[in-house]
Design a protein around this ligand. Sequence first.
Ligand SMILES: Cc1cc2nc3c(=O)[nH]c(=O)nc-3n(C[C@H](O)[C@H](O)[C@H](O)COP(=O)(O)OP(=O)(O)OC[C@H]3O[C@@H](n4cnc5c(N)ncnc54)[C@H](O)[C@@H]3O)c2cc1C
Length: 578
Amino acid sequence: MDDRATSKSSAWNTPEFRADLAFQKLTEEMVVRMRAYGREESFPANAVLITHGQRKIDLLVVLEGEVHASLPAGNGEAKVFARQQRFGFLGELNLLTSQGSLLEARTATESLLLRISRDELQHLMRSEGDIANLLASAAVWRRIGIIGEETGGVTLLGRGGAVKTVELQRFLIRNSYPHRLVEVPGSEVPATDVSFDGSAQIPKERLPAVTVCDGRTLYQPTIAELADELGITELPDPGRIYDVAVVGAGPAGLAAAVYAASEGLCTIVIEGIAPGGQAGTSSRIENYLGFPTGISGQRLASRAHLQALKFGVQFAISRQVVTAEQVAGIHKLTLAGGIPVCSRAVVVASGAQYRKLSVENYTEYENRGIYYAATSMEGLLCRDNEVIVVGGGNSAGQAAVFLSGIAKHVHYIIRGKSLATTMSQYLISRIESSSHITLYTGSEIVGVEGDKGLEWVTWANRRTGETTRMRIGSVFVMIGAEPNSGWLYGTVKLDRKGFVLTGVSEGFNGTPYATSVPGMFAVGDVRSASVKRVASAVGEGSVVISDVHRYLADHRNAFPAESNSTLAALRLANAAGL
Ligand SMILES: Cc1cc2nc3c(=O)[nH]c(=O)nc-3n(C[C@H](O)[C@H](O)[C@H](O)COP(=O)(O)OP(=O)(O)OC[C@H]3O[C@@H](n4cnc5c(N)ncnc54)[C@H](O)[C@@H]3O)c2cc1C
């Protein structure tokens, strides 16, 4: 619909809707090239072309006539979202994913359309770069438009602030899935049942609940159930051996996926939660090259996800890999629920998690006063303010010394009795001699508060119970990171903290990212001795694909032949008792 007013979607932190980009038309020359991928079909007026919830839709280009795509508007009514005429096309983000259609499409007049099947669309996206860019850009802007409408997608009903409701909403937001939240405040839950729009009665003990586009309600769905229902998860094809399986869709995994698929490798990404990883939880990444005013982690992740989809990467989202093994040269990953994925190579990009403090409301202040790194960027945020550093290791000590030159005062909190066993002596001396640092041993933070960001912090002496509450805007938590490598125990060599050992120095296969298992590479935060930053994760994810190519070329004859891949995969699964 070319003449739409822009719709605002600020709750999502999405950009202002751009109808001009969402409803760009194909050129005549583009359509001439596209004809080679599809076939013409004629329809009478009012013919249904796409139904709500329909998965894996074909690309439909209008050659003659007019088609309308509508969103449900409540009470069985529909609201026209787009009117497409000559060289307009149907579909939005679901053109590139297996998500069910949010829109219903019908012909408004007798129409002639060009239908391009899903498989052919993949070929087209790989071969016709300019068309692929136009389709991908329109797809994402249309999704932004639908999010702005707030009637498409699903309705989430839950108690305000309840952990399960917040988890489901976070999952929908991180996957850019349109939804409307009907909040039932915790303190005001009615004695009787609550309802959607006064119709279906939902017992409050069955909240949170989600109504999907066909009116069905899922009660207390798990993330995986919701992801499957909405088509956010594209489950792996059990009859296929992928060239490369990437585990984790943080910056490292997304970069690996983009490079692998753009270089022609059949690629699947398995992600336990949502694309973006730790970076996806950062409200503003200020030090990533090319974004002088910073970029939200979520936006960076959405862009990278789209880029990967454009190149045909398959995403199995909300599925953890639970085990990995190699059988007859082929890697077999088992996902939660026992789903097998077979691939010739594996890129481990499952990242790490900073250890967090166990304090109420803690996550509310992450990146809004609670930080895990003390670089000059964070330093700017606490100039002339009082700050807290937590942790007894060298990184915490360095942060305390660094910040003591910037902040008004550093309150340095450790749980242990002294720094002697955990920190280098030179740092201990500097800390002890600084009039800008006060050390609190045997202590821990017990409270964090603030409206717009962190404002007040309370800490307690563990022995005496004495508490101190002080106005503090920044807390630096440096108590180490835990690698997400539990699924690799017993498979690859890990260092003593559980990070994956890689590289020539470990004697593995001549590349910096090779692990102890042939054909399995590790990149990003999960890799032992890696630099824990977005840029280095992206760099490693991009570079590792050349190692994967080399490995695949060297082992070409060792793999089952392409034409037998289905049988081989099935044999493998059988051999593994699946
Ligand atoms: C709040 C915060 C702010 C930050 N800010 C900055 C910053 O401003 N600048 C900067 O350079 N760095 C920043 N960092 C660090 C940066 O985000 C990380 O270094 C980077 O994200 C690492 O990328 P990665 O892909 O290696 O791992 P991750 O980002 O950790 O991604 C790993 C992914 O793997 C998935 N996964 C884990 N296990 C499994 C499994 N078994 N199966 C399937 N999937 C799995 C996880 O769900 C996750 O999505 C920040 C980190 C945090 C937490």
